[in-house]
Design a binder for this molecule. Structure first.
Ligand SMILES: NC(=O)c1ccc[n+]([C@@H]2O[C@H](COP(=O)([O-])OP(=O)(O)OC[C@H]3O[C@@H](n4cnc5c(N)ncnc54)[C@H](OP(=O)(O)O)[C@@H]3O)[C@@H](O)[C@H]2O)c1
Length: 269
């Protein structure tokens, strides 16, 4: 970020901060002097990140270890962040994962956990923290969706559905709050160089991953868009071109191409 963003020095909660995009968002918020709560399940990763964030300029860093697949866990994260920071000005709904493969074979418990982490937790956290932002007439919400939420994504259908929810939900409630001091942005990355594919168990992604973007750039694009209160940001020119083409092409063609691209990477064929 060239100039100081409006959330410099703010109190921020970042979910899914133990790796990838979330860790880089936390780093960039630390760089502009935010006080931070970082949350995920892997305590060791969060503690190592916390030490780094303190060195980078965060005014305070608190680690909250929770599983966002649990609704009680999500509610505890909101309470812990409020208690640790005295309020939250910046909420980054970033934690998420995918369940790739054929819909009829996808493990049901994992699919439901994905819906809880990708959809239910952001709704719980936002519902808990948005009222105080509105009262203060100052707040920022960054929702990490995906290009997979813009068009169909066969062989990762449930994941695509969660990201479509996040995107439409984000763009909808944004209009409710935009004149009341709260900025809401949906970040739509394409393939990004993180632990995402490993965590999900995709196969044969090597060639596919040559398009990957560094997570540091994705985080920077998201925070820059949030600073300008942009509705949505798609990262990288290839992804922008993909989304533009998707908009112009017939739905059947997009579905067919997406299916061909994803079929070989599906673990459950
Ligand atoms: N990488 C991509 O190509 C890509 C593309 C588009 C969108 N995205 C989105 O970007 C976001 C960040 O993913 P990433 O690419 O940075 O992948 P990542 O490196 O795998 O990070 C995912 C983060 O989510 C956390 N998480 C997963 N399950 C959780 C749970 N049950 N409870 C709490 N935290 C949980 C993980 O922490 P723990 O494992 O420690 O809990 C980790 O910090 C996700 O929403 C993803 O859908 C990624």
């Amino acid at each position: 970020m060239a100039s100081r963003p409006p959330f410099a020095g703010a109190r921020a909660l970042v979910t899914g901060a133990s790796s990838g995009i979330g860790a880089d968002v936390a780093r960039q918020l630390a760089d502009v002097g935010c006080a931070l709560v970082v949350t995920a399940r892997r305590a060791d990763r969060l503690e190592a990140l916390a030490a780094e964030l303190r060195g980078r300029g965060a005014t305070a860093v608190h680690v909250v270890v929770e599983d966002l697949a649990s609704r009680e866990g999500a509610a505890r994260v909101a309470d812990a962040a409020r208690a640790a920071l005295g309020g939250v000005d910046v909420l980054v709904n970033n934690a998420g994962f995918a369940v790739p493969g054929l819909t009829e074979r996808a493990p049901l418990d994992r699919t439901l956990a994905m819906i809880d982490v990708n959809v239910v937790a952001p709704v719980i956290l936002t519902r808990a923290l948005l009222p105080a932002m509105l009262e203060a007439r100052r707040g920022f919400v960054l929702n990490v969706a995906s290009v997979a939420g813009i068009g169909p994504a066969p062989y990762q259908a449930g994941y695509s559905g969660t990201k479509a929810f996040l995107l439409h939900w984000s763009e909808s409630f944004r209009e409710e709050v935009r004149d009341r001091g709260v900025a809401v942005t949906a970040l739509c990355p394409g393939i990004t160089d993180t632990e995402f594919f490993e965590a999900a168990g995709y196969k044969g992604t090597n060639r596919f991953l040559r398009w990957k973007m560094p997570s540091e750039r994705v985080a920077r694009a998201g925070l820059a868009a949030l600073a300008r209160n942009r509705c949505r940001v798609v990262t990288g020119w290839q992804n922008k071109l993909l989304v533009f083409t998707t908009r112009l092409s017939p739905r059947w063609l997009i579905q067919g191409v997406a299916a061909r691209l994803m079929r070989r990477r599906s673990p459950g064929r």
